[in-house]
Design a protein around this ligand. Sequence first.
Ligand SMILES: [Zn+2]
Length: 288
Amino acid sequence: MKIGDVTITSIIERDGPWRKPADMFPAYDPAVGAKHLETLDPEVFDPATGMMNITYQTFVVRTPHHTILVDTCTGENKGYPAPMDFPKRRWLDEFAAAGLSFEAIDYVFCTHLHIDHCGWNTVLRDGRWVPTFPNAKYVFHRREYAAWEQATKEEKQPPGDVWRFNCEPIMVAGQGLLVDDDYSLDDTVWLTPTPGHSPCHCCVNISSGGQRAVVTGDLMHHALQCREPAWSTIFDWDAKQAAASRRRFLGDVAGTGTLILPIHFPNPTTGLVEAMGEGFDYRYVRDA
Ligand SMILES: [Zn+2]
C-alpha cells in the first residue's frame, strides 16, 4: 500500500480461523453478532468453524528516511504454550520476499508488549536473547515497559517470559528508546496513546502526501468491535478503558478517509471507518 511517499507492506506469521466470538468477547450477544456478520466483509469470519479469522502480522513501513517494523508477531524459540507455538518459517520467508534483511531495519515500534507483538524483537544466539535487528532502535512506551518489568518481577507476566525474552535484552544491548505519550519520530511517524488493552497501548500514525494511516495494534481484534465498541476481549488489561479508547478512536477517524491497519484483521486488512447507528462500520479498501 502507498501513502504519499510511504510504502506499507504486511508480513504474515499466521492467518485463518482462530477463535469463536463468544470465547473472545465476554459481552457477546449471538443474535446481535450474527446480524453484524451478515453485512461485514466475508473475509472476517469462517462460517464452517464459527470462528473469526484472525491474522498475526507485522507491518513494514518504508519512508524516504527509514525502514520501520511495527509489531513483530510471536517470534521463534520462545517456548510459548499452544496455540501460540505455530510454525515461524512463513514470517521469515515473507520478510525475505519483501526484499528486507535484518540489518536494513532502523526502527522497531511495538504498539504494546504482549506475546504476539514483540516476538521477533529478539532471537536466540548461543543461548542468549539478542536483538534480531542489529542496527535498529526499538521504540517502547516508557510506562508500558515499566508495567511489564514490574509484572515480571512479581511473576504476573502473561504466558511466556515476554519481558525477559523480548524487551529487557533490547535495553541491555543499548538499542531501546523509552518514549512518552507524545513521541514523534519525525513528521511522518508518531504515536498516540490508546490505553486499555494493555497499560500504555499506542497507535502508530503515518502521514505523507496529505494521506493518513494508523496501525491500531490491538485496539480492536475484529471488525465486530467497530459495530459494538463496548465488546472488549478477554485479553484486555482494563476492559472499560479499552472500550473507551476504541470508541474515542473510531469517532475520531470515522468519515475522515484515514486508512486503518489493525494487526489482527485478515487480508486485505486495511479499511475505512464510517459512523453506523450507535457504532461504526469497518469496510475493507481493496485497491489501496
Ligand atoms: Zn495481539
